[in-house]
Design a protein around this ligand. Sequence first.
Ligand code: GRF
Length: 177
Amino acid sequence: MIGVLVSGEGSNLQALLDAGLPVAAVASNRPGVRALERAESAGVPAAAFPIDDFADRGQRDMTMANWLQEQGVRLVVCAGYMQLLTPMFLDRFRERIVNVHPSLLPEFPGARAIDEALAAGVETTGVTVHLVDEGLDTGPVIAQEQVPVEPRETLAERIHAVEHRLLPEVVRELCAH
Ligand code: GRF
């Protein structure tokens, strides 16, 4: 059973749902986002865990980890989740947390990867799916796919299309183990 962590639009969550993967729960750090609506439309339990409701990130992550485990989650997918996870959360799902990122890591980690690739003038960027550790977009790479930067106007769209194919492929494979 998969738990998906989201913060915003949720197009990668939608790709996992559309692929028929066993999404058991969706957790967001932000209430009211489109990703939560997508979960609800699919009949998947969804909840928000905003940091302001907790004493600190550790407390938030503990509550979120407990809730995910109550829903039967064994594999966590960060799909546009824009927060770092605390060590306690990482320990709970050790080696069972993956993230999708819109660059060829270790190039362009962080929240502005597509803009930074454009600004750097590289010819090729891409998509990475990797295991999550305590760093920002660090952790062992599971799969990468290249995307040519040109035509620049459509780069973001083409990257997202690759994410929506690659992430469900990797998650399907991990679910089989
Ligand atoms: C994706 O580009 C993902 O790689 C990045 O944030 C974006 C989230 O999009 N980490 P969405 O919320 O899945 O639509």
